[in-house]
Each structure stands twice: as C-alpha cells, then as structure tokens.
Design a protein around this ligand. Structure first.
Ligand SMILES: *Cc1c(COP(=O)(O)O)cnc(C)c1O
Length: 360
C-alpha cells in the first residue's frame, strides 16, 4: 500500500508538527534510562508552561484524552459525591457518564448545543458539590465555555476542566482560573499524534482525592511516583517512551515559536476560515462571540449531500473534515485548524476546494 498523506482538518487528529513526527523515529530507550527520564522531566516542565501552572503533578498520562477524563473523575470522585457538570455537547454528556460510573450523584446544567454554558447557572446548581466540571472547548459544537468565570465562583468545590481541544489552541491558565484538575490530548491543538493525555492536578485536589481509586492503571498516586518523582522512580507501568519523546519535541516546537505566537496563529487561521466560509454564503453553527478558532462548525446547506462533499474533499484534495455528531449528525461540518494544520495555506486550500465542490 502506498503511504497516504492527508491534510487533517477534522476534529482531531491534526497534522503533527514535523519535529513531533521526526522524534518517533529515534532509537528506543528504556523507560528508566536517565536520558529518557531527562526527556520526561522536561516534557512535564513544558506542559507546566502551556498549562500555565506550577502544579508539581503535571504529566502526560498514557492513553488518549478520554484516559485524562477518566483519570480526573476516578481519582477525585466516589460513591455519593455530588458533581455538577455543564453539558452543551457530546463531551459534557460523556463526563456525566464517567462521573456516574464512579458512583457520583450528577447534577447536570444544560445549555443548547451551539450555545455556551451560563457560568452563574453552573455555580448555582448545588450549594456544596464536591466537584464542578465543564468542557472548555466543546469539539462537538465548536463552542468555548467560560472556565475562568466558573472557577471564580466555585466556592469550596474542586474545579475540573476538559481542555482537550483548547490546550495549545486558545489561552488556558490553570492557576489564574482556579482550575484544580485539567486534562488534554496530544492530537488536537498540541500538534502531536494521539496517545497521551497531558494532565495537571493541584495540591488541594490531591488532598481530597480518592485514596484507592477504582482504576489501578489510572491511579495518580502511583503514576506520580514514577512520572513526577524526584530521585528514585517507582515502576508502575511502562511509559510510552516514543510518544513522550514525540510530545517533548512537539512542545519544543511550540516553545520555539513562542506559546503566544502559536495561539495567535490558531486565532488568525480560525478567523480567516470563518470569514471565508461566511463570504461563501455558508452559515456558522456556533453562537457568535463563543466560536473556537481551532474548531469551526458549519451548517450543511439545504440540498447538499454531507457525505458526498466530505468524500470528494478527501479523495480529490486529500483534505479530511469532520461530520456532525449526536443530534447534528449529517447537519453540520466540523472543520479543525489545530496544531501544525493551523496554517494559512491549509485554510486557503480548503476554502477553494469547498467553493469548487459546492459551486459557490
Ligand atoms: C477529543 C476529545 C475528547 C476525547 O479525547 P480522545 O483523545 O478521543 O480520547 C474529550 N474531550 C474533548 C472536548 C475532545 O475534543
């Protein structure tokens, strides 16, 4: 089979930074090799910089973004704990599923898909929840939720933020926003292949964590004795050495560009794309003022065949975009501009390709 190269403009994975891809070809190192441990330590340090946190327990968890979601809940929530969850898309719904499996009493605060959560409503949903959780960047709808506002009014509750599609794409400030626990994924705006879940948790949340979480593999206490330990490292599971080395390199590319410059690049590409789509007469789905630059949702025009357009983009132009999910399957397109994909050249090509296919 020939090697196929795509422009990945779906909801993830994105095209990885070339530095991240190159790192995957390096000779294997042992997971306790001092050379690898230096790479791991520096990866955690770089993650602290992109999360904007001083949390010592900041690390890449083994597994995709969903492993981060599961680790967040399983380590902090047990039977009977009250958890308030903001739900305005698929990933908010998933959080409710995961929290429910931990035995939590889930209080849902819903907003219509395509609209942001009302932070006041989330804060007021329960007088003393153990945890409040919300998705920062809802990848199912292209909407940004105001995490800082929820963090500001969280009271004694722990604040958990899903930053899978926000980290590296739009500003995230864990410490300033009073977020206690957050997770992300490598394949969205961080510009690395899928496989790791960057994770951060502060001291207050660690103090209130489950002593013996229901998951052995995702037990943060045991994982941090390897990943963020000073001095002697305790084996828990074999670290995904190649993936961590790749993340290290991808974050290195972001640092070399400058985090602010990388965020600006995402912002510029998103604006250019959204402007171009509207000039073509297409309707954006996410509410104005809350649109993510890194993930744009577009209403599939009446009479247009969703699947035919997406296959033509893939086959004729090598561009992948995503379809809608849940109630919006077949009704919206989801166009990602994340990581290394977030380049003007890609936006220009997609707009021209879409214009040609749609005859606009
Ligand atoms: C992609 C995504 C996830 C899940 O990540 P996987 O890497 O697919 O496991 C969770 N939350 C949000 C907001 C996402 O976009």
């Amino acid at each position: 089979m020939p090697i196929v190269d795509r422009i990945l403009m779906g909801p993830g994975p994105c095209n990885p930074y070339p530095e991240a891809t190159e790192a995957l070809t390096r000779p294997m190192l042992g997971h306790l090799d001092p050379v690898f441990l230096d790479i791991l330590d520096e990866t955690c340090e770089r993650l602290r910089a992109v999360w904007r946190t001083g949390n010592p327990v900041t690390l890449p968890l083994s597994g995709t973004g969903s492993a981060g979601m599961e680790a967040a809940f399983v380590n902090t929530v047990g039977p009977g704990d009250v958890v308030v969850i903001g739900v305005n898309g698929l990933f908010g719904e998933r959080m409710c599923d995961v929290a429910g499996r931990c035995g939590a009493t889930v209080v849902q605060v819903a907003a219509r898909w395509g609209r942001p959560l009302d932070p006041e409503e989330v804060i007021a949903a329960h007088p003393h929840p153990k945890l409040i959780a919300a998705v920062h960047a809802e990848t199912s709808t292209g909407v940004r939720n105001d995490i800082a506002a929820v963090g500001d009014g969280k009271g004694d509750a722990l604040m958990l933020a899903d930053c899978v599609t926000s980290l590296g794409g739009i500003p995230v400030a864990v410490d300033d926003w009073r977020v206690d626990i957050a997770y992300s994924g490598t394949q969205k705006c961080l510009g690395v292949a899928p496989g790791l879940a960057p994770f951060t948790i502060n001291g207050q949340a660690l103090e209130r964590r489950q002593e013996r979480p229901q998951s052995w593999y995702l037990d943060l206490g045991m994982i941090s004795e390897y990943a963020t330990a000073k001095g002697a490292r305790k084996y828990h599971h074999t670290a995904p050495v190649a993936m961590i080395t790749s993340l290290h390199a991808g974050l290195g590319a972001v640092m070399a560009e400058g985090l602010d410059a990388a965020l600006q690049r995402h912002a510029d590409c998103g604006l250019l794309l959204q402007d171009g789509l509207q000039k073509m007469g297409l309707e954006l789905f996410a509410a104005e003022g809350y649109r993510l630059p890194e993930l744009t949702t577009v209403v599939v025009p009446d009479g247009v065949d969703d699947i035919a357009v997406r296959s033509t983009l893939l086959e004729r132009y090598g561009i992948e975009i995503g379809g809608g999910v849940g109630p919006y399957a077949g009704k919206v397109w989801r166009i990602g501009c994340m990581g290394h994909t977030a380049r003007v050249a890609n936006v220009t090509l997609l707009l021209a390709a879409l214009a040609e296919i749609l005859g606009r």
